[in-house]
Design a protein around this ligand. Structure first.
Ligand code: UD1
Length: 478
């Protein structure tokens, strides 16, 4: 397994390009299932989750081809409307195939995602919404088996705000008969991006980005070209890292208009921020104030930025309070931060972070994607070297993170599992060699002592009479 090694203490400085958004790419890839003609996506982020989704789609029969910075998905025929356990278990977002498959093929079999590191994460809202649109859904052998000869428009109100739930129903409704109204819908920018893509494919959608979305079903969608929006969580992560290291960075190809809640907290922490058309500049010299935040659905503070901001809070002047309201166990990074010297109390989903003067580098283990980003920031802040284990989480959601951070002056390197094993074997071999040479030198010392003893023996014998004659004195000495 790969590891990251970071030598902390350098402020980040320079420019970094923000990639396409993972959480926008995943639903738009699934949107390709809705059309028999090709969908072309630009600004495709090179991420493991994106590759997993493309593998899933190609197993269904979608032809996936790549061009410079983008991907073309041709779903002329869908042979197997199936999302198997093996892929769903590695990526929960595979559930996004359910709505489009059902709408296009009239059937779908998608493995139930299990719990994950950040909580139970049920998918009941996806299921209830599709049932409201006339789908018959059975849960069998760990799979959601759904059928509907034709989905019907319906009025569905979400019990809880769900991002992928809204995306699933939005995609399904584009090909349903009649009008669908989704109330208490999620308002995340990734939903607006998906709606833009679907509209380019011929869908009729109003209200995406508000809690009420109306979709008028059409008979068929067609292929289109779409540019995936910039990743607001990657943007926020680089800004938090720059602030935490008191650096100065410029984000290129970013969108400041969807970062309000994150920029607000960073400003409260002391950062100076300027925004442009597709740039964000952060100056972190005066960062150091404690801050409070509460995660909430958009436009509230994103849960996907909570862990990174906790790293920033560890060295603030005073106590910061971070409250997580979206997921029930999203504080796994706290224990690792404490191992680096952070002072944090956790009570349920509230973390009180008492600022310390410095963190110290340590070996830590990443537990989920954003917790990994938190540990990278902590490593950049810390004195000495930090080794982050299990960084496959990071590769799911951050494109070339060590290259981008190195470009900003960070001392960070990836140690591949194979090379770290090789170097371990090498160091074990060299230890064995040095032990052998120690044994050899001990043997030669023993030999030289023996020969010294032998050479001293005649002398010793010759000294004997004298020794005998000295005996009374020795006795008198006692
Ligand atoms: C999406 C994002 C994830 C982000 C999360 C919250 C993607 C691929 N992932 O995840 O990065 O952290 O939004 O912003 O876009 N819930 C239910 N029943 C459901 C669905 C959700 O109870 O059917 C609950 C969840 O357990 C959670 C809350 O609703 O407590 C929000 O979850 P949801 O918005 O669905 O998260 P995801 O869409 O899985």
């Amino acid at each position: 397994m790969d590891k990251l090694k970071i030598s902390g203490g350098q402020p980040l400085n320079g420019e970094v390009r923000i990639s396409g958004a993972k959480n926008a790419a995943l639903p738009t890839l699934c949107a390709a299932l809705l059309s028999a003609t090709p969908l072309v996506l630009h600004n495709r982020p090179q991420l493991n989750d994106v590759r997993t989704m493309e593998t899933l789609l190609s197993q269904m029969g979608v032809k996936v081809s790549y061009h410079d910075g983008g991907v073309t998905l041709d779903a002329a025929t869908i042979g197997w409307p199936l999302a198997p356990y093996e892929l769903v278990k590695t990526m929960r977002a595979s559930i996004l195939a359910l709505g489009p498959l059902l709408a296009r093929c009239g059937e779908a079999r998608v493995s139930m995602p299990g719990g994950c590191a950040i909580g139970l994460r049920p998918v009941d809202q996806h299921i209830k919404g599709l049932q409201a649109m006339g789908a018959v859904i059975d849960l069998e052998h760990g799979y959601i088996a759904a059928h509907a000869s034709k989905l019907k428009g319906a009025h569905f109100t979400f019990d809880v705000v769900s991002v992928t739930g809204t995306e699933n129903l939005l995609m399904a409704a584009t090909l349903a008969e009649g009008v669908t109204v989704l109330d208490n819908a999620a308002c995340e920018p990734e939903i607006v991006d998906l709606a833009r893509c679907l509209t380019a494919m011929g869908a009729k959608i109003r209200g995406a980005g508000t809690p009420r979305i109306e979709i008028e079903g059409v008979a068929a969608l067609h292929g289109a070209e779409h540019r995936i929006m910039p990743d607001r969580i990657e943007s926020g992560t680089f800004l938090a890292a720059a602030a935490a290291t008191r650096g100065e960075v410029v984000l290129r190809d970013a969108d400041a208009t969807i970062l309000d809640s994150v920029l607000d907290v960073l400003r409260r922490a002391g950062a100076r921020i300027e925004t442009g058309q597709d740039t964000v500049v952060l100056r972190g010299k005066e960062v150091g104030k404690a801050f409070d935040l509460v995660t909430a659905p958009y436009p509230g503070f994103p849960t996907d930025m909570q862990a990174q901001m906790m790293a920033l809070a560890t060295c603030a002047n005073g106590t910061s309070t971070l409250i997580e309201t979206i997921f029930e166990s999203r504080m796994m990074h706290v224990q690792e931060l404490k191992r680096m010297g952070a002072d944090i109390d956790v009570d349920g989903n509230t973390a009180r972070v008492h600022g310390v003067s410095r963190l110290s580098g340590a070996t830590v283990m990443a537990t989920d994607l954003r917790a990994s980003a938190c540990l990278v920031i902590a490593g950049l802040m810390a004195d000495g070297e930090t080794t982050i284990d299990r960084i496959y989480h990071l590769d799911r959601g951050y494109e070339k993170i060590e290259e981008k951070l190195s470009g900003l002056g960070a001392s960070i390197r990836r140690v591949s599992g194979v090379s770290s094993q090789k170097s371990e074997v090498r160091s074990q071999k060299s230890e064995v060699r040095s032990q052998k040479s120690e044994v050899r030198s001990q043997k030669s010392e023993v030999r030289s002592q023996k020969s010294e003893v032998r050479s001293q023996k005649p002398e010793a014998r010759s000294q004997k009479p004298e020794a005998r004659s000295q005996k009374p004195d020795l006795i008198s000495d006692t």
